[in-house]
Design a protein around this ligand. Structure first.
Ligand code: LLP
Length: 419
């Protein structure tokens, strides 16, 4: 569900015509819907209502500070994977006690920053990392709250690049080694064991992998209990898919209905959920302008002003994003590739799309671009990053200015001999 709908053939973001926003903010442009974000966050809140829970929004999906503030004001916590994300989460007003910190490569500086900020817990991904956290905590004279991220070896049946819970994955600790790692953690002077964490992948469109993975984790919880290690927090990760192309993924309620009953005989005092895509994905679109039309003997191209530097998902994962005209028309349907201006053959937003013929200068909307869109953008080909706009009802707000050419060499220092 989202609030990007047509009214009289015009695409609206909530109550504002997309074309009107573009007049002010230009293209390429990310547009987000306030109401959609709230709706998705509330769906999680309602689904887990019966259990003490914290929803830790995964910042990697979207870390615009205005979006984070909006989520913070409505009770969201954060799942962070870097010092930068921790900084943004705290700055947006997300309480430290609602922040969990995952990632396989935390540095000493990042660990110290998180300890000083008093986050809820580290989701630890290796024995070496446990040692590092223990060492930094000892230096600071504090105890470090941790969960171990276990890898349950479950296939989430999604794209291999976004599967994280398989044996061959770099993430987490193999579940068969977890008990031993917990025992090791228990011996460390400045480590406080709080929880278990798992996250098996992203854009998961079936409930089954979540249940299978959780069952394995609960067997581990039983074994830990028997070994005198008490687990207070259960972090089930994120991963719920969204509708990109007439997919019908489960919703947060389906998820909670499948997993909460499994927890009845356990005494966890908190369940943590780390959704990213299912909160942000359908809450944003990328608007782009058709620059040129090009006919090759075997292909027709629409060349637009947004490229893989603005939205890399199609190029990187061959992901499908629906692409629709901002103003509907009744021209003949044609088969086209919608491609960006970047000098790479892999720079496309959509291939073999049957759409009403597009005219030069017209606007297209790339749907479901609110998650892993702007956060994965770059300035490749020295293209300044796009602007971002938040729509609330009949108002819209520029929440990130478009970068300028001068941003491209802002941090450059010219050696004296080259001046
Ligand atoms: N928790 C952890 C530990 C994660 O690694 C991730 C995502 C999440 C939560 C949030 O997962 P979500 O609810 O968004 O599925 N760039 C890729 C997605 C990479 C996801 C990485 N981890 C894409 O554009 O599809």
């Amino acid at each position: 569900m989202h609030y990007f709908k047509y009214k009289n053939s015009e695409l609206y973001a909530e109550d504002v015509p997309v074309s009107k926003i573009v007049e002010k903010a230009g293209t390429p442009l990310y547009i987000y819907s306030h109401k959609t974000f709230l709706q998705h966050l509330n769906a999680y809140k309602n689904a887990f209502n019966g259990y003490n829970h914290t929803i830790c929004f995964a910042l990697k999906a979207n870390s615009n500070s205005a979006i984070l503030r909006l989520l913070a004001k409505n009770g969201s916590g954060a799942d962070v994977v870097s010092g930068g994300e921790l900084f943004l989460a705290l700055k947006a007003g997300i309480p430290a006690k609602k922040i969990v910190y995952a990632g396989v490569g935390k540095t000493d500086d990042e660990i110290a920053y998180a300890l000083k900020s008093r986050i809820l817990m580290f989701n630890v991904e290796s024995a070496d990392e446990l040692k590092a956290i223990n060492r930094v905590a000892a230096r600071l004279g504090v105890n470090a709250p941790i969960a171990l991220r276990v890898n349950p070896d479950i296939d989430p049946k999604t794209h291999p690049y976004i599967s994280t819970g398989l044996k061959e994955s770099k993430f987490g600790i193999p579940i068969e080694d977890a008990l031993e790692h917990y025992r090791f953690a228990k011996k460390l002077s400045n480590i406080e064991i709080l929880g278990i964490h798992k996250h098996i992948g992203s854009q998961i469109t079936k409930i089954r992998p979540f249940v299978d993975a959780l069952k394995k984790v609960l067997v581990l919880a039983d074994n830990l209990q028997r070994s005198g290690i008490n687990i207070k927090h259960l972090d089930v990760g994120g991963g719920l898919g969204i509708d990109y192309n007439n997919d019908s993924p489960p919703n947060p309620e389906d998820l909670s209905k499948a997993i909460l009953p499994l927890l009845k005989k356990y005494n966890f005092n908190l369940i943590i959920i780390e959704p990213g895509r299912s909160i942000a994905g359908n809450a944003g679109i990328l608007v782009t302008k058709a620059l040129y039309l090009k006919h090759h003997p075997k292909k027709e191209f629409v060349i637009v002003d947004a490229g893989m530097n603005d939205l890399i998902r199609p190029s990187l994962y061959n992901s499908f994003h629906n692409i629709v005209p901002v103003r509907k028309n009744s021209r003949k349907k044609v088969n086209v590739d919608i491609v960006g201006p970047i000098c790479e053959s892999g720079d496309f937003l959509g291939k073999n799309r049957k759409i009403n013929r597009v005219m030069q200068g017209e606007l297209l909307a790339v749907m479901s671009a609110g998650a892993y869109g702007f956060t994965m953008s770059s300035t490749y080909n020295s293209r300044p990053r796009p602007a971002e706009v938040l729509v609330k009802g009949n108002k819209f707000f520029i929440i990130r200015e478009r970068e300028e050419y001068s941003d491209l060499d802002r941090r450059i220092k010219m050696p004296e001999f080259l001046k």
